[in-house]
Structures are given as C-alpha cells and as structure tokens.
Ligand binder design. Sequence first.
Ligand code: NAD
Ligand code: TYD
Length: 369
Amino acid sequence: MTDSRQRVYLVTGGAGFIGSNFIHYMFNKYDDEIFLINLDKLTYAGNLKNLSDIEKRDNYRFVRADICDREAVSKIFKEYDVDRVVHFAAESHVDRSIKDPEVFVRTNVLGTATLINCVKEAWQKEDGSFLEDHRFLHVSTDEVYGSLDEPKEGQEPDYFYETTPYDPHSPYSASKASSDFIVKAYVDTYSFPANITNCSNNYGAYQFPEKLIPLVIHNALSGKSLPVYGDGKNVRDWLYVMDHAKGIDMVLEKGKPGETYNIGGHNERQNIQIIKTILDTLLELLPEDDDRRGNVSYDLITYVTDRLGHDRRYAIAPDKIKSEIGWEPDTCFEDGIKLTVKWYLENEEWVKDVTSGDYQKYYEEMYEN
Ligand code: NAD
Ligand code: TYD
C-alpha cells in the first residue's frame, strides 16, 4: 500500500518509449518519495522489459488495462488516492495511422475522453471544485499545429507557439488534436486541473524500431536499406527523451493549471542529415573487429515514395516553458545521438525481442487472466 507521505502518480502508456523513460526519470529523481502506478494495454508498442529494473520496487504497480475501459480505470482511483495523472497512452505512429486510422480515433480520442472523465469523477468535490494540488498532464505533440515552410533566404524562420492555430494533417495528428480539445474543454467547462504539453520528435533508448532513428540504427546494423521518404529534406525538431521527462515533471510541479506548454530544444535537422549522422556515429562507436561494421554504409540510403500528406517541417518555440517554468534541455543533439546509438548497440537483444514479437506472445500468456 502507499505511504501517506508519498505522492501517488498514475502513468498511462508507461510501457512505451517515452512513458518508460519517464518512469526511470521519476524513480531516479524521487526514489521512495513517490508511488507510481503504470496503466498500459501492452499493444505492440508496450514492452515491460523496458521496466525490468523497476518492477520489483515496493512503490511501483503495473496494471494491464485499456484506457477505454472505464471500469478498470475507475478501479484504480478507488484503490489509490492518485495526486498526478500523466497521460502518455496512445497510438503514436503516423505511418500506421495512414494505414489504419480507426484505432487511433478509438485510443487517442475515446481513450482520452474516458480517462479524463474517470479522473474528474474521482477528483471533483460536491461543490464542483477539485481536490487541492491534483494535476492531470496530457502529453501531446507539435504535429497538431500542422506543417511549417522552409525559411526563405533572408527571412526569419517560423515556429510553433502555444498560440499557433491547430491544423493537423495526418490521422495521427488529427486524433491527438481532438484529444487536446477534449482536455481543453474540461479545463474551460469544469476548471479541471490539467496541463497539455506539445513536444517535438523524441529520441533515445527504448524507442520501437518503426520510428526513423531506431529504424535506421537497426537496419544499418543488419545491412538493410534505409528508406528515405521523398527528397529526405523534411525537417524534424529532435528532443532527447530524458529532457522531455524532465520537462513533464517541471510542468507538473510549476505549470499554471489549464496552460499549454511547448517542449522543444531548437534541434532542427533534415531527415537525410539524421540518417548520415547515425551512420557516422555507428562507424565511430563500433569496434574494428565487430562483424556488424561491414554492414554500415551510405550505400544503404534508398529514396522511396513519399509518405502521404508528409508534413514538411516541424519546429518548436520553447520560449514559454523556458521563461515561466525555467526548463531547458540538458542534452545537445550530438551527445544525445551518441547515447542513443550506444544504447542500441548494447541492447541488441531488446531490439530482437520487439521485432520478433516474442515478448508480445510472452505477455499474452503472462496476463491472459
Ligand atoms: P509508444 O507508441 O512508444 O507507446 C505508447 C504506449 O501506450 C504503449 O506502451 C502502448 O502499449 C500503450 N497503449 C496504446 N494504446 C493503449 C490503450 N488503449 N490503453 C492503454 N495503453 C495503451 O508512444 P511514445 O512514443 O512513447 O509516445 C507517448 C506519448 O507521447 C503519445 O501520447 C504520443 O502521442 C506523444 N508524443 C510522442 C512523440 C514521439 O516522438 N515519440 C512526440 C510527441 C508526442
Ligand atoms: P517518424 O519517426 O515516423 O516520426 P514523425 O512522422 O512523427 O515525425 O518520422 C520522422 C521523419 O522521418 C518523417 O519526416 C518521416 C521520415 N521517415 C523516413 O524518411 N523513413 C522512414 O523509414 C521513417 C520511419 C520515417
């Protein structure tokens, strides 16, 4: 059971990439001062191996459940006095959303609506106000703002600000935008104590190798082609996942209720630059006698048909979170990419597991009841 001095967190989607890094960050920082419940459905993207060093802690619980399951979510609030909800659970891959949009609407929109309503029921007092010092943080994306043009010669580049109108293009970003509007509606209608964070593309350990950076590392090591969509000049603004985790913690503690904060560190790179940097970093870090070295080559770069509706450029203006909360990233891209490539080199088993689907079969059996 929880200790009355411990602050209680409910994290949704904590077995995924950012969620599991956030859980590591929180236990590193707060150790026994917190009690943390991780609610995750364990889709293909959720992997409890990300948390194997955490699961034996007395102040950690895992609950396998779907955020669309009202009963399962409410049960947690009956068992625990939850102070903070950090909502990561989502379908998160743009390419999958183009193939199969419906599951994105179900989890990201209906799931967020179900979750936030359960939280409202648990935290709202009879007079309509909410329990003191309780906070819901909805983790969203800069993709809700749409796409920016490349800066023209002599012109100042555009950035996404918290005030930039929403203009999502992919089924993924449309579903995230909808979920943001549900959270905003709870803030405006009930004065529900929520924050929204919209961050740029994350990278780091434990990212499923369907996203650009881990896919390139994995394919290059096995000598497979590196698919570059379109001309390779689309720009993403990269954020080291532990800097993101720090930002979420700071918004929970210092953010003004109801406010949105953009999280990004001005790390804009063209996709083709990212791919070349990864190849260079692999060659720098792989020992001379490592068999995988021979596979790594610029010749693997293969231009393929562009993604449908491919957003050209994302770039965050992080001025508000810096001035109001004091957040700044600690990790520059050059260091972050080295740490990331090193992690994938040292954790080949993890990559094998998630790509083979073995871990999924295992957890189906583990949690069949
Ligand atoms: P991920 O796909 O790695 O993990 C998602 C997690 O949610 C998985 O553990 C999965 O099992 C769980 N999940 C999925 N559907 C669920 C459901 N119905 N009920 C309960 N759990 C469910 O995603 P991620 O990259 O860690 O992203 C986390 C959050 O951050 C998402 O909300 C995403 O939109 C947002 N985000 C991600 C990025 C990025 O670069 N990865 C950037 C901006 C915002
Ligand atoms: P991705 O990691 O899927 O993130 P998002 O679409 O949410 O930004 O893709 C990052 C960028 O890399 C995006 O512009 C699409 C591009 N991309 C490729 O060129 N090849 C690939 O194989 C993948 C997965 C992405």
